[in-house]
Design a protein around this ligand. Structure first.
Ligand code: GTP
Length: 370
C-alpha cells in the first residue's frame, strides 16, 4: 500500500485532498413546528445557524471545498452562506427536486467531487470527533468506506454497527431489545469516490438501510472509527435544546460561538432586566425582551421573542417573535414563531404550540400540541 500524504494524521493536522459533503435536505419533521419556517440545519443554535458550527469544524480541520446536498427549503442555505468565503470555504449547492434520501443525496453530488476521498456529514449532528483521525483510520485500513461510530448508553433505540478486532464492520443491525454492541452510526463517513459513483442514480436511496448493507454483502471494506468525543443528534426538541445549551456552556466544541462560553449568550439588541436569571446555557436572540424577575434555564429564545415578568422557562425553544405572558411556567416545550401564550399559563412535558396560535391566560397543557 503506498503512503498517501494524509496517511498518518496527527490531531489538528490539516486535511488536504478531501472534499466534504453535508446532507441538509431533510424535512426535520420531529422538530416541527420549528422546521416549518427553517430547515433544521438553519435553526439558530447558540446564536448562529446550527450549520455554521459544523462548517467551522470542517474548515478548522483544513477542508475548504464543501458541497451541500439540499432539498427542503433549499434556497435558504445559499441566501445565508453564499459562496462560503466568509467562513474560508468554497461552498457549492446541489438541489434535489424530489428528496433522494441520504444515499441518493450523496450520489447526486458526485459530479462536484474533486478529491479521491470525501467526508460526508449528516447536517444535524453535533460532534467533537477528530476529523483527521477519522481520515487516518480510513487510509490506514485502505477502506472503501469508514464510519464514525459512537458508543451510547442505550443502544436499543438505534441500529447497531458491530466491528471485529481490526475495526472492520461486520453487520448493520436494526433496532433490537438485545443489541450485541453499544456502537451506533454517528452520521459521519469517509467514502472513496468510486463508492459514491456506485450508488444508483436518480431515485431515493437510504445510505443506512441500502448502501451500507449492500456494500457489506458485496465484500467491500467498511471500517469503523470508534471514539468517545462529544456526540449528539439534534433531531428532537429535547436534543436540540441540549445541544444548544452544551454549545453555549462550552461542553460541545465549536469555533463559531458568537460570544464567550458561559451560562448564557445574549445577542445584540436584546433587552434583559437586571434581576433576570439566565442559566444552563441559555441563548437570548436579537431584539428579545425579558421582564422583571423571570428565570430562563437551558433554553433557546429565537430573535424577537418576548418574555413577561416573573415567568419561568426551562429547557424550551421559544420561536421568533413569540410572546410569553407574566407568571407563565414553561418546561420542556416548543413554542412556534409568533405564538402568544397568555399570563399565568403552565405548559410542560413536550407540549408544542404551533406558529401564530394564541393561548388565553391560565391555560394548562401537558405533552399536547395546540
Ligand atoms: P426527521 O424528519 O425529523 O427524521 O429529520 P430529517 O428529515 O432531517 O431526517 P434525518 O434526521 O434522518 O436525516 C439525517 C440527515 O440527512 C439530516 O442532516 C438531513 O437533512 C439529511 N437528509 C435526510 N433526508 C434527506 C434527503 O432526502 N436529501 C438530502 N439532501 N438530505 C437528507
Amino acid at each position: 500500500m503506498s503512503a498517501s500524504p494524509n496517511q498518518h494524521l496527527a490531531v489538528g493536522e490539516p486535511l488536504h485532498g478531501v472534499d466534504a459533503v453535508v446532507l441538509v435536505g431533510g424535512k426535520g419533521t420531529r422538530l416541527r413546528p420549528l422546521t416549518l419556517s427553517a430547515p433544521k440545519p438553519m435553526l439558530p443554535t447558540a446564536g448562529v445557524p446550527f450549520l455554521t458550527h459544523l462548517l467551522s469544524r470542517i474548515r478548522a480541520a483544513g477542508i475548504t471545498h464543501v458541497v451541500l446536498g439540499t432539498s427542503y427549503k433549499a434556497e435558504v442555505f445559499a441566501e445565508h452562506f453564499g459562496d462560503g468565503s466568509a467562513l474560508g470555504l468554497e461552498l457549492e449547492y446541489v438541489v434535489e427536486e424530489e428528496p433522494l434520501d441520504t444515499g441518493g443525496a450523496i450520489r447526486n453530488v458526485a459530479d462536484r467531487l474533486r478529491a479521491d476521498d470525501v467526508m460526508i456529514f449528516n447536517g444535524d449532528i453535533l460532534s467533537g470527533v477528530d476529523l483527521p483521525a477519522v481520515l487516518g483510520t480510513h487510509r490506514e485500513a485502505n477502506a472503501d468506506v469508514t464510519l464514525h461510530l459512537v458508543k451510547v448508553p442505550d443502544p436499543r433505540r438505534f441500529g447497531c454497527v458491530p466491528t471485529d478486532a481490526e475495526g472492520r464492520v461486520t453487520a448493520f443491525l436494526e433496532k433490537t431489545d438485545n443489541p450485541p454492541t453499544d456502537q451506533i452510526n454517528a452520521g459521519c463517513y469517509v467514502f472513496r469516490r468510486p463508492v459514491v459513483e456506485s450508488i444508483p442514480v436518480g431515485r431515493p436511496v437510504s445510505v443506512e438501510r441500502e448502501t451500507f448493507p449492500g456494500l457489506l454483502e458485496s465484500g467491500a471494506r467498511l471500517q469503523g472509527h470508534v471514539d468517545a468525543s462529544y456526540w449528539l443528534d439534534l433531531g428532537t426538541p429535547a436534543a436540540f435544546v441540549q445541544g444548544s445549551a452544551d454549545l453555549v456552556r462550552g461542553i460541545a466544541p465549536s469555533a463559531a460561538l458568537p460570544g464567550p462560553a458561559g451560562q448564557a449568550i445574549v445577542l445584540d439588541g436584546a433587552r434583559v432586566r437586571d434581576d433576570v436569571e439566565l442559566t444552563g446555557g441559555t441563548t437570548v436572540g436579537t431584539n428579545c425582551m425579558i421582564g422583571n424577575g423571570s428565570r430562563i434555564d437551558g433554553s433557546v429564545l429565537f430573535d424577537g421573542a418576548v418574555i413577561g415578568s416573573e415567568a419561568v422557562v426551562e429547557r424550551c425553544v421559544i420561536g421568533a417573535s413569540a410572546k410569553i405572558g407574566d407568571g407563565t411556567v414553561l418546561r420542556d416545550v416548543v413554542i412556534g414563531d409568533g405564538a402568544v401564550i397568555g399570563a399565568g399559563c403552565e405548559l410542560v412535558d413536550g407540549a408544542r404550540v404551533w406558529p401564530g396560535v394564541e393561548l388565553p391566560d391560565g391555560a394548562v397543557r401537558f405533552s399536547s400540541d395546540c
